[in-house]
Design a binder for this molecule. Sequence first.
Ligand code: ADP
Ligand code: ZN
Length: 597
Amino acid sequence: MNKSIQETLEKVFGYQSFRLEQERIINHVLIGKDCLVIMPTGGGKSLCYQIPAIVSNGLTIVVSPLIALMNDQVAALHELGVSAATINSSINQGELNDIYAKMRDGKLKLLYVSPEKLMAGDFVNYLSNFTISLFAVDEAHCVSVWGNDFRPEYIQLKALKANFQTVPIIALTATADSTTQYDILKQLGLSDAKLFLSSFERKNISVEARSGLKRIVQIVDFVRQENGNAGIIYCLSKKSCETVASKLQAKGIKAAYYHAGMNTEDRNRIQRNFQNDEVQIVCATIAFGMGIDKPNIRWVIHYNMPKNIEGYYQEIGRAGRDGDSAKALLFYSWGDYVLLKRFIDEGEAHVTFKKVQSAKLERMWQYANAVNCRTNFVLNYFGEYRSDGCGHCDNCIHPPKIFDGRIYAKMALSATIRAKESISSSILIDLLRGSFKAEITTRGLEKLKTFGVGREVPVAHWSHYLTQMINQGILRIDFADYSKVKTTPLSQKVLYEDLQVSLTEYEGYKKAKAPKIEKKPIDFENIDQDLLVRLKTWRNNLAKEKNVPAYVILSNKSLQQVAAEMPTNDQELLQINGIGQKKLDSFGEIILAIIRG
Ligand code: ADP
Ligand code: ZN
């Protein structure tokens, strides 16, 4: 058994060794047992069911909610010589008949279906005519209301275990806090499943959070330093995708935008161009990236704070899938928080669901404001408890400096009280700094005793301090009253009982250094750039011809290694990362010819 899975890994996929828990998971599935796999994005979940599918008799059914993802996986499997198909709303009757014929002839190894299709009509019944080797439920968090993306269609998947008691089920997700993990097992009826929790730490991603002042200036600076590297900027609204893109364009930066309001054709074009490295930056809503498996995304920026840690971590996980170092930069502000809170409160959802969402938003806000290791914050959230710092987040690299903030707290509190708790945090800052803006003078605030007492403290610093005071409960924002700043019982203690107030210094944008990480040796010094260009041209043309993303043919890393080592025969080609027997058969000859040329 072990030999055949190792062989499949090498011959079909062209990889030398299993990652994380892959091997244990595959063996578990092959002895017919159920499991729940929690593995971060890019960790390699697909292999956990693809290899059992290939080595077992019969058909593996993969349930996935995302058509783009299914299509990509099927295309990639075809490239590897594995027989796979997908049934979803985008195929016609003729294609469907072909798939059924293949199933009857026992020629199909993997069938990807959406949960709706799987449960519609008597498809499940029809499946019982075949030998089913395995059910794989991808994005399994969708089955739980405690998850971050509940989908009612998923609930029906409980029928799988009931109807196919002897067929193992593997549920997989990159995002499930500990409550959700338990609920997934319950919802799928997996009473005896093993939990495989791989570490969520992405050591090659350096994470950083900054307060969202002058975001565009900061982004332009960031992008220029990235020097042409591909990245995604996630925005909250369709409108801001467009405005951010156009502001960057105005600075001479090539950026495109992508959101659900665009037509399919435009969206596909942007996605394709991004995958093929023709577009460097995409400003997008979270609709972008679901089906993307581009290995060389070097950075992800969140222009707005996301609504929960699950989403955030999923999105930054799209960076650095090739294992090279990558960056994740989060901008956050009270404005983001308030807006997201309003979406939840004004939404149609059930009150329980709203509570879950609000609690998740709260945790996200705490993450953004964290002064300790951010990686640990996330790991703890996903049930992987650890206290040693990660060494690749901003707080580990530059631990924030803490000082006695009583003077600033007293200034802010007395200004709030003298303004009769009737102003927002931005006007409070203007008041403290002695600004003569209309918002101040029309209210007569310039006559207050506290007017200008905090003149020497810059706006960004005030904003940073006020956020912390709010987080510490010394002040509060009254969302029900136009987000005005108000006092709390603790305010009195600060003013009259000298309660300690510790604040962290504002440091502007501290630049987290990308960490050096261990990886398979590619001799970058020796890359023949000329050869690399020729290899890429060949690959990109072939990808266009076949209408698949370029990495499906061969990754940039593989090409770099070829251009550095210049293999002269099949044996040497097989030593390149990402080249297995199938790729050797398909492309070996031409690659060797390009090298010789
Ligand atoms: P996930 O579904 O967990 O986000 P994927 O299954 O798409 O991740 O895998 C991410 C990338 O890692 C893919 O390009 C995949 O081919 C690659 N990969 C998976 N397992 C291995 C392995 N053992 N060795 C090398 N690369 C791997
Ligand atoms: Zn850290």
